[in-house]
Write a protein that binds this ligand. Structure first.
Ligand SMILES: NC(=O)c1ccc[n+]([C@@H]2O[C@H](COP(=O)([O-])OP(=O)(O)OC[C@H]3O[C@@H](n4cnc5c(N)ncnc54)[C@H](O)[C@@H]3O)[C@@H](O)[C@H]2O)c1
Ligand SMILES: O=C(O)C(=O)C[C@@H](O)[C@H](O)[C@H](O)COP(=O)(O)O
Ligand SMILES: [Zn+2]
Length: 371
């Protein structure tokens, strides 16, 4: 049964690209009322994946119909491999076939894969149309639906083709997370933990106490999602296009993205799992560089393990390329400057910063010991 509670609103004040992120139970049932004020004519194009379509699309379309909004839907295959050129082409061509105009609104209903792909399609369609994010995974609610990073993967690396394109509205219905498989919920938790680790030690303490209860207690879930979104909004407003501080949101991602590429964007390693392992490695590296005490990486790993999450490279099943290949994959990271790798490191829990001073030998050592 869908519960309804008062939504919390986090405003993202980006001038003429400002928008609200609404977080609460039952928001999909109110999507017609929420989206109607954005529309110049009463129709939207929805893009989703097959799993989400079966569970939540009829409810969304019903809620739009009640407000006289006509909708058509494109259903793409679920999974990371959908963030690719062929599916981007299919999505853009379908939107053109639907005669989506410059003043229309496209709706992305799904997890981070759909949000990133559809956001990018909206960025390039007729040189840019507006879009609304309706994130249906924990990961998408706390992270990918906010901030305007959109794009697809390349064989050469994660998210290497994309654009900054902010949504016009985000509707995070925390009740949809009830249908999310545990593995996907925990993958999203990797990004939740990341926020505490990068800049909020008190939040990490709170997660230590409440993390295991987030899945079953809607009030805690709403609190956690709202806190992460507020933290992300604050960083994005300071540095929308990642010239500086925004790179903090990349904690764990230099390692995680290389591991995702190495596993072929397959079900072997989900993005949030890669981020969790990457955070543990970033703290390990920081401790070896003398930036923080050994207590910090130990605490990170203990927390992830207690949550039932992978926390080391050895937790990934199957073969992986050798360390030099992994480091080679890291060379495609978007933080690289003048060919030099840059990492998000930490002076302790909640004290992350960006560094280009990592010695290659130490990096190999960290990877070697983690396998
Ligand atoms: N743009 C950004 O700032 C940003 C931030 C973080 C991650 N990302 C990207 O997000 C992607 C990962 O997102 P994700 O973890 O949401 O993966 P996902 O979109 O693949 O969703 C995970 C799985 O859950 C299913 N699902 C979604 N909602 C469901 C629901 N309510 N009930 C049941 N099943 C549901 C999906 O069909 C899919 O199988 C990666 O590509 C990552 O690079 C982007
Ligand atoms: O919003 C950001 O900025 C982030 O880095 C959030 C990350 O969780 C997310 O995975 C993002 O897509 C990674 O960005 P990338 O630029 O390294 O591809
Ligand atoms: Zn991420």
């Amino acid at each position: 049964m869908t519960r309804h509670s008062d939504p919390v609103t986090v405003h993202v004040p980006l001038g003429d690209r400002a928008y609200d992120v609404r977080i609460g139970s039952g928001l999909i049932d109110r999507a017609g009322a929420e989206i109607a004020p954005l529309l110049r004519r009463p129709r939207v194009a929805i893009v989703t994946d097959n799993t989400v379509a079966a569970l939540h699309l009829p409810r969304l379309q019903g809620a739009l119909t009640v407000h006289g909004i006509v909708s058509e839907a494109l259903v793409l295959p679920a999974g990371e491999s959908t963030k690719s050129w062929p599916h981007l082409t299919a999505c853009v061509e379908w939107l053109l076939e639907q005669r989506v105009e410059r003043r229309d609104v496209v709706v992305a209903l799904g997890g981070g894969v759909i949000g990133d792909l559809v956001g990018f399609a909206a960025a390039i369609l007729r040189r840019g149309v507006r879009f609304v994010q309706i994130p249906t995974t924990l990961l998408a609610q706390v992270d990918s639906s906010v901030g305007g990073k959109t794009g697809i993967n390349s064989q050469r690396g994660k998210n290497l083709i994309g654009a900054f394109h902010q949504p016009s509205l985000v509707l995070a219905d925390i009740a949809v997370l009830d249908t999310l498989p545990t593995r996907d919920f925990l993958a999203g938790y990797g990004e939740v933990a990341k926020y505490g680790l990068l800049g909020d030690a008190d939040f990490f303490d709170w997660l230590d106490e409440n993390g295991p209860r987030l899945r079953d207690e809607p009030a805690l879930r709403q609190q956690a999602v709202a806190h992460c979104v507020a933290m992300k909004a604050d960083i994005v407003v300071r540095d929308e296009t990642e010239q500086g501080d925004r790179a903090l949101l990349n904690l764990g991602h230099t390692f995680g993205h290389a591991l995702e590429s190495a596993t072929g964007y397959s079900g072997r390693l989900l993005h949030g799992e890669g981020v969790a392992i990457g955070c543990a490695l970033a703290f390990d590296l920081s401790a070896r560089m003398g930036l923080c005490s050994q207590e910090s990486p130990s605490r990170v790993v203990d927390h992830l393990r207690r949550m039932g999450m992978p926390a080391a490279i050895r937790d990934i099943t199957g073969d992986l390329p050798d360390n030099s290949r992994l480091i080679d994959l890291m060379g495609q990271d978007k933080k690289v400057q003048d060919g030099q790798l840059r990492f998000v490191l930490a002076r302790g829990i909640g004290q992350a910063f960006v560094s280009d001073e990592v010695q290659a030998g130490l990096l190999s050592e960290v990877l070697q010991d983690a396998r």
